[in-house]
Design a protein around this ligand. Structure first.
Ligand code: GDP
Ligand code: MG
Length: 728
């Protein structure tokens, strides 16, 4: 018989670990229709016809987070044959809250109590038989990590699915039961008998999404209102309270926690790590080490190996020189006697362009391994906990800090690190704003502008970071108030799983999944972009159409001439500046290189481009140069980072929104800097100045306008968690 087993449970209860064990390599990873929450499906090893679905981690079946909505829609609409509810055995109270709700769906449920290795180590005792009787379904004890008890749990799930036996649902107090029965009696036959209880409870809770999904909504307002008056509480809280009363009674009868005479090691670590004063310094130190190792030492060796070796000159091994890919290709192409433009396409376009991007991969892998470790051992949740209060204020999550920190080295791994943010709004916002922080490749532009026009003043670089941070804060506040980012507020919940040592296999898998998806997806975008820019830059009309000697004759220069006027209000309507900004899309350090070619015919430039400082100073004023700098810092990042944005957004519309927002934002800020700067320095006033003033007013409005979150939902969400906390 073929059927479906859905794995449901709280985040971090071990669903994915179990899923990987159950399905082996036999799995399909995609996204849930319409959203970017990961969807994993696979076949049960040894039972070809049994399909397993790893649902997003959820705390309840309420409709407050997207994960909840996805999991719930799946359960209600697809109706798997059995739900395997994974429970963290070290945290029964919180986990059973979901169990009480799953049991009401009218689908057979088998409970797998996970983390039994820790439960046993702590010396706690869970009476499985009693627990099974109390919650009305089969219970199995497992350790997904160690692989114990899994076979038995699966057997129970398969059995339950075959028998299609419903669970004995837990009973609320008599009064509430009567009310639920009254409501259920008003539901017509469009709802099957076994689902009536679920719908009755949801009707009582006034769950709008469930109401929408019903073809015939009975009017039960009178029942709800009288009950609320009698019990002096809103209907949803009444149910929540009842669930927790029930859970406490279950726990009391089935579990014996060993009296904790001393704190567990995990608690001891937390005392230090989340300490009010030590938390941030420790966090800084940890991130410094991660950053230092992955960006400088190990990361640099690895990157150099790829950039200078594999995609560069090659290596010198014990005096024998081993050629890199370009040298080999060049020799190969020469041997074939291919046309010059084909050589150039392959070497300057494809190998150079894609090579520049693949150069990020080693650093990324080192970094991802660290992140996977921090995530798996439990420290990541602490970081989020520490930073969340600050970041929440501008619409980001505590976890946004890591992408931004990494982004100061390179935006590509920075954007990809946003993966660890579960909430979709927070993740999108992080992806959009991460590249505002100047990455390593933008440092040469800063050095060039500072050197050519500001006598190398240090404040130019400092202000670049300051502007980056300010752009993030301002964007966060503005975007947070927009409709697309409002709506379901993320529930304010932080859980701190106990620390444990992750397995090497898990870390490797996580590192590889992220790295490989970058190579695959970002690689295609970058390949196309590199070829396109190569063509525009290398071809044009000299003696007829063909490859050009002088870049001034290239198509890119012509396009630069056409788009340059767009930038005139920013103070740099010169085609050279516009062209340099466009080549910056391939890699930001190209801007300096392009200036080198355009302003002095230098092919090889110093990092800070001092050779052209004097020429550059003739074409720019301090103000226009600064405006140019700011534009390049804030506008769309390089193609590699755009590829990463595309990968993380997994949605064309959002990718374009991110790029569009960055460009418009950069344009607006640069315009204000140049126009208002001019107004204050020489008092000149024109259309541009008026536009700048309007922009400032609009910014101020967007920043300070009153903002109503969906208050009601928000209150309720808090409510759920405050009650939840009490129990924990
Ligand atoms: P999910 O969020 O439900 O998918 O949970 P994961 O499968 O990602 O697991 C969360 C963390 O718990 C990971 O670090 C796992 O290594 C760890 N974990 C999972 N199962 C067990 C277990 O049985 N024992 C222990 N000690 N850790 C586990
Ligand atoms: Mg998971």
């Amino acid at each position: 018989m073929s059927f479906k087993i859905a794995l449901a449970g709280n985040p971090n209860s071990g669903k994915t670990t179990l899923f990987n064990t159950l399905t082996g390599s036999n799995q399909f990873v995609g996204n849930w229709p319409g959203v970017t929450v990961e969807k994993k499906e696979g076949r049960l090893k040894g039972y070809r016809e049994v399909k397993i679905i790893d649902l997003p981690g959820i705390y309840s079946l309420s409709p407050y987070t997207m994960e909840e909505v996805i999991a719930r829609n799946y359960l209600i609409e697809e109706r798997p044959d059995v739900i395997l509810n994974i429970i963290d055995g070290t945290n029964l109270e919180r986990n059973l809250y979901l169990t009480t709700q799953l049991a009401e769906l009218g689908i057979p449920v088998v409970v797998a109590i996970n983390m039994m290795d820790i439960v046993n180590k702590n010396g706690d005792i869970i009476d499985l038989k009693k627990l099974g009787e109390a919650v009305g379904c089969e219970v199995a004890a497992i350790s997904a990590l160690r692989g114990t008890g899994i076979k038995e749990a699966v057997k129970k799930a398969v059995n339950a699915a075959e028998k299609n036996k419903f669970n004995a649902v837990h009973i609320f107090n008599e009064k509430l039961e009567n009310i639920i029965a009254d409501i259920a009696a008003r539901i017509d036959i469009s709802v099957t008998e076994e689902q009536k209880r679920f719908y009755a409870i949801k009707l009582f809770e006034r769950d709008s999404q469930v109401l929408q999904s019903m073809s015939n909504v009975p009017d039960v307002k009178d029942i709800i209102e009288t009950t609320e008056k009698e019990m002096d509480d809103d209907s949803e809280s009444i149910i929540i309270n009842e669930r927790y009363n029930y859970i406490s009674s279950v726990i009391n009868s089935c579990c014996k926690k060993k009296k904790k005479l001393k704190l567990s090691l995990s608690d001891k670590i937390d005392r230090v790590v989340t300490n009010r004063w030590l938390a941030i310094p420790i966090f800084m130190a940890v991130m410094f080490i991660v950053y230092y190792i992955s960006v400088t030492t190990v990361g640099t060796w690895a990157a150099d190996w790829v950039n200078d070796g594999l995609f560069g000159e090659g290596w010198n091994v014990f005096g024998i020189s081993v050629p890199g890919i370009p040298t080999i290709m060049e020799a190969g192409l020469e041997a074939f006697g291919t046309a010059q433009y084909l050589n150039s396409l392959i070497l300057d376009g494809i190998v150079a362009g894609v090579g520049a991007v693949l150069g990020f991969v080693p650093q990324m892998l080192v970094l991802f391994a660290f992140l996977a470790f921090l995530e798996a051992c439990g420290y990541m949740s602490r970081i989020a906990f520490i930073m969340d209060r600050i970041f929440r204020k501008f619409g980001l999550s505590g976890k946004s800090f890591i992408p931004m920190l990494i982004g100061s080295g390179c935006g590509v791994p920075g954007i990809m690190a946003s993966r660890t943010i579960e909430n979709e709004h927070d993740r999108r916002m992080t992806v959009i704003t991460t590249t505002f922080i100047p990455c390593g490749a933008k440092l040469p532009i800063i050095a060039l502008i500072a050197g050519a026009l500001f006598d190398g003043a240090g404040w130019v670089a400092v202000s670049a970071y300051f502007i980056g941070v300010a752009a993030i804060v301002v964007s966060g506040i503005i975007l947070k108030k927009m409709k697309m980012f409002s709506g379901n507020p993320a529930p304010f919940v932080m859980e701190l799983p106990s620390y444990h040592f992750p397995t090497a296999g898990n870390i490797f898998r996580s590192m590889w999944e992220r790295g490989w998806s970058f190579i695959k997806k970002a690689g295609t975008v970058i390949l196309l972009a590199a070829v396109l820019i190569w063509f525009l830059q290398g071809f044009g009309f000299e003696d007829g159409f063909g490859m050009v000697e002088d870049m001034n004759n290239s198509i890119l220069a012509k396009i630069g001439g056409i788009i340059a006027p767009v930038f005139a209000p920013l103070g740099w309507g010169d085609w050279k500046a516009a062209v340099a900004a466009v080549t910056g899309l391939v890699a930001k350090e190209n801007i300096v290189g392009t200036f080198g070619i355009l302003y002095g015919g230098f092919d090889e430039m110093a990092e800070d481009g001092y050779q052209i400082w004097s020429n550059l100073a003739m074409d720019f004023t301090k103000l226009s140069a600064y405006s140019y700098l700011v534009f390049n810092l804030l506008c769309a990042p390089c193609f590699a980072a755009i590829g990463a944005i595309k990968r993380e957004m997994n949605n064309a519309k959002w990718t374009w929104f991110a790029i569009g927002y960055q460009c418009v934002f950069a344009y607006a800020v640069s315009l204000c800097i140049f126009q208002l700067g001019k107004l204050f320095s020489d008092g000149s006033f024109g259309i541009g100045t008026a536009a700048a003033i309007i922009i400032v007013i609009v910014f101020a409005y967007l920043l300070f306008r009153p903002y109503k979150e969906k208050d009601k939902i928000n209150d309720k969400t808090k409510n759920v968690w405050s009650i939840n906390r009490k129990v924990m």
